[in-house]
Design a binder for this molecule. Structure first.
Ligand SMILES: Nc1ncnc2c1ncn2[C@@H]1O[C@H](COP(=O)(O)OP(=O)(O)OP(=O)(O)O)[C@@H](O)[C@H]1O
Ligand SMILES: [Mg+2]
Length: 262
């Protein structure tokens, strides 16, 4: 049965999509079968792979609310790597589901039901999430095993991490496989503020028995510029350049550190 990994943080722009797409890139390149699912109405997973999320016959929304077979929504994007995209429909998920209690008696278990069959076919199911702690996050925490929390070492992200940890503890009562696999520092700069918030983040993780990653994703405008240029995540780019090699190396190291590849 495949392992379900989700990248989650309440804070926008904290590299959730960059981490989920690049982890998917590294793991699939290493021969494991990966299904990458987008739950964010921004549709950035499809966009990362050069697809228009508004042109697709089925997205994760149809799988969650209309009982569309998850395999019908799958798009193969490279060797060992399939995606299920999201688009703007996901913005209406809560309203559509919560107003039809009879049709959706278990609104927080829609995802776990949908991915059951996928777990048999893939080694890893990687989930990219929106920057919210609402119904979508609850669906994720009800079926994921590993949560990766990106942490931008500043005050907003610190507060968001404290809240995520509390929320995850609540869900662990019902989902006994759920754990925080790691907190990963992102967009790190060599400033005193970042240094101080890295220390506070580490201390918070220690207190809560959570692994704080040694791999740090540093802030770089070069990485920002490279994202979206190749119609695939950087770790799957066939071109070679100093920026691609450096950024890929960070994600290779992170994926190894988290034991997803040998
Ligand atoms: N190492 C980096 N340093 C700085 N910026 C980066 C880096 N890697 C990626 N970026 C850029 O940061 C922005 C946010 O990244 P990303 O979309 O992965 O975050 P997110 O958490 O998924 O955002 P959202 O909450 O909106 O879904 C993007 O424009 C991306 O290109
Ligand atoms: Mg995103």
């Amino acid at each position: 049965m495949g392992t379900v990994i989700a990248v989650s943080a309440n804070k926008g722009g904290s590299l959730k999509t960059s981490i989920s797409t690049n982890l998917a890139g590294v793991i699939s390149k290493n021969g494991k079968k990966v299904c990458l699912i987008d739950l964010d109405n921004q549709g950035n997973v499809a966009i990362t792979f050069g697809k228009n999320p508004d042109d697709l016959e089925y997205t994760i929304y149809d799988v969650l609310v209309s009982d569309v077979d998850p395999f019908a929504a799958i798009i193969n994007v490279s060797d060992n790597l399939d995606i299920i995209a999201a688009n703007d429909d996901m913005a209406y998920l809560e309203i559509d589901v919560l107003t039809k209690v009879k049709k959706y008696p278990k609104p927080l278990n829609l995802l776990s039901k949908s991915i059951e069959q996928l777990k048999e076919k893939y080694d890893y199911i990687i989930i990219d999430t929106p920057p919210q702690m609402g119904m979508i996050a609850a669906n994720v925490f009800n079926c994921a095993e590993d949560i990766i929390i990106p942490y931008h070492p500043e005050v907003y992200s610190f507060r968001s991490m404290v809240k995520s940890m509390k929320a995850i503890k609540q869900f662990q009562k019902d989902n006994n496989k759920l754990k925080i696999k790691a907190v990963v520092p992102v967009k790190v700069k060599k400033t005193l503020t970042h240094e101080a918030f890295l220390d506070s983040g580490k201390a918070l993780c220690e207190q809560n028995d959570v692994y704080f990653s040694n791999t740090i994703i540093s802030e770089s405008i070069k990485y920002t510029e490279a994202v979206g240029r190749y119609r695939k995540p950087i770790t799957l780019a066939t071109e070679s350049s100093k920026v691609i090699d450096q950024y890929s190396e960070i994600y290779n190291t992170l994926t190894k550190e988290l034991n997803y590849i040998g």
